[in-house]
Write a protein that binds this ligand. Structure first.
Ligand SMILES: NC(=O)C1=CN([C@@H]2O[C@H](COP(=O)(O)OP(=O)(O)OC[C@H]3O[C@@H](n4cnc5c(N)ncnc54)[C@H](OP(=O)(O)O)[C@@H]3O)[C@@H](O)[C@H]2O)C=CC1
Ligand SMILES: O=C1O[C@H](COP(=O)(O)O)[C@@H](O)[C@H](O)[C@H]1O
Length: 491
């Protein structure tokens, strides 16, 4: 642990070039996260950030935008102006080669001014259709340096199916090798998602029972109270399956079901995650209809339905909810149903994993009285882990009552860093463990494509659910057919 902290405390020298520097992601996530790294002294004197996009902003305007982005942070009062002074703006159309020449000159000037030693991080926070052309120009216009490192970080969506993801991947990997290519999945930066490996592999108790002999079923819920908001254009091309299942949910499944890696290293962890994703059971089209539910929100709870949202066609069939039953057919998990669900405009924002253990065959108790052991990883909002057990009811006799044990995770009173902060630091350190490797992305798309194709070919109806509910009835039935129910009922 000491070694890791020591590395993290070292000041990093880097020039960030953020493509999409005027965008929503930059303002809401990237600038505040970079400020956290500045507060911690990881970014100190030897760094600069170029924000670039088409808008004709000035350095001063970008610096004002950055100050606004961090104004909620108390430390911004004393440190905000100095931090913002490291930001520069370059008006730039990514399709225009001439602009890369200006960008290179600015990058060289800042490299010298801040003594950055050629380390560059290119953050592509804009539509993926531009990624190939940006990567190509970075190379041809010599914005990649020969001295330090050159890393490219790309945002989602990484394609809309396997073929387009492969094209996208090829268009970047022509210029950036895999070790410099960081595909963001911000769920992998969440503290509680990273805790899955810690729970599984550092506790003999859990290690021993983490398999199909003891686990009955796994339930993963990524529910949101928000609707489609301002992202109709993107969401209509994606839907919940591509937006949440292909990336976040399948990444969580890989962490839950992979075999124990040989070591805590990028390559060993990746190998096991890839193997888990490769082991996902594929369904025939008919089986997709049986094992997956798709639905769209309708008006309810004072909210309008999806079809009434701005810029959504009134005959749109885009799903805003998906539930499904999956299997990872590796040696430890074959036969364990993994129920997933995600949707917009559900009861509340919750990200949780419920691991339900098998009922016990015993003559010591009347087995009907025994509640199942359930391990709940509440990623959000609580960031806690709970274990449901059975204990004796106080008093005469020997009745049992369920009891909830809370595993104390944050006993150091530290502020949990935001996912983007951790991932930006990982990228600075050149550690891609918490980023998605191409083969993970590829297997995830192959799985998702088979579901999408079955739907597109008419297998499986689009159900409806009212805003404020936990999805359509069909989602409950998916579990009821197996004699189960969702552990999380939305309360
Ligand atoms: N916002 C979010 O919460 C999340 C976003 N993402 C992903 O991050 C990426 C960015 O999203 P977001 O910030 O929301 O999108 P925005 O639409 O807010 O930003 C897009 C950016 O691209 C710039 N841009 C567009 N066309 C060009 C061009 N031809 N040349 C140069 N710059 C251009 C825009 O600036 P200008 O108009 O000034 O040129 C703007 O800065 C997307 O891939 C998105 O899917 C992923 C997860 C969450
Ligand atoms: O990637 C995405 O994630 C968000 C949900 O992220 P969270 O960290 O708030 O759980 C989702 O709203 C968005 O549609 C999707 O693109």
């Amino acid at each position: 642990m000491k070694v890791v902290l020591a590395i993290m405390e070292i000041e990093q020298k880097a020039l960030f070039i953020i493509f999409g520097g005027t965008g929503d992601l930059a303002k809401r996530k990237l600038y505040p996260s970079l400020f956290q790294l500045y507060k911690k002294g990881i970014l100190k004197d030897n760094f600069a950030i170029i924000g670039t996009a088409r808008r004709p902003w000035s350095d001063e305007h970008l610096q004002e935008v950055v100050k606004e982005a961090i104004e909620g942070d108390e430390a911004a009062v004393s440190l905000g102006a100095e931090f913002a002074s490291h930001f520069y703006y370059q008006s730039h159309n990514v399709n225009d080669t001439e602009h890369y020449v200006t960008l290179r000159k600015l990058a060289e000037k800042l490299d010298e001014k801040y003594q950055i030693e050629g380390n560059r991080l290119f953050y592509l926070a804009m539509s993926p259709r531009f990624f190939g052309t940006i990567a190509q120009h970075l190379k041809s216009q010599k914005i990649v340096t020969t001295k330090g490192y050159n890393r490219v970080i790309v945002e989602k969506p990484f394609g809309r199916d396997f073929e387009s993801a492969k094209d996208l991947n090829d268009s970047i990997s022509k210029y950036f090798p895999e070790e410099d290519f960081f595909r963001i999945d911000h769920y992998l930066g969440k503290e509680m998602i990273q805790n899955i490996m810690a729970l599984r592999f550092s506790n003999n108790l859990f290690r021993a029972v983490w398999n199909n002999r003891y686990i009955d079923n796994i339930q993963i819920t990524l529910s949101e109270a928000l609707g489609v908001e301002e992202r109709a254009g993107y969401y209509e091309t994606a839907g919940a399956l591509r937006d949440m299942v292909q990336n976040h949910i399948l990444q969580i499944i890989s962490l839950l079901t992979m075999n124990m890696p040989a070591s805590y290293s990028e390559s060993d962890i990746r190998r096991e995650k890839i193997y888990a994703l490769k082991s996902l059971k594929k369904y025939s089209a008919v089986k997709v209809a049986e094992n997956f539910v798709r639905a769209q929100y309708s008006a309810g709870d004072g909210q309008i339905g999806y079809l009434q949202e701005n810029e959504i066609a009134n005959d749109s069939t885009t799903e805003t909810f998906v539930a499904g039953k999956l299997f990872v057919n590796n040696e430890n998990f074959s036969g364990v149903p993994i129920y997933i669900r995600t949707g917009k405009r559900l009861t509340k924002k919750t990200t949780r994993i419920d691991i339900s253990f098998k009922e016990m065959e015993t003559s010591f108790f009347d087995s009907k009285k025994l509640g199942r052991n359930i391990l709940t990883i509440n990623v959000e909002p609580e960031g806690k882990v709970f274990l449901q057990t059975n204990i004796k009811k106080i008093g005469q006799g020997f009745d049992l009552v369920p009891s909830l044990m809370e595993l104390q995770l944050n006993n150091e009173n530290v502020v949990v860093p935001e996912a983007y902060e951790k991932l930006l630091l990982d990228a600075l350190l050149g550690d891609a463990t918490n980023f998605a490797h191409w083969e993970e992305v590829a297997y995830a798309w192959k799985f998702v494509d088979s579901i999408r194709k079955a739907w597109d070919d008419g297998n499986g109806n689009l159900a409806e659910y009212p805003c404020g509910s936990m999805g359509p009835r069909e989602s409950e039935e998916l579990l009821e057919r197996d004699g189960h129910q969702w552990v999380f009922d939305g309360e």
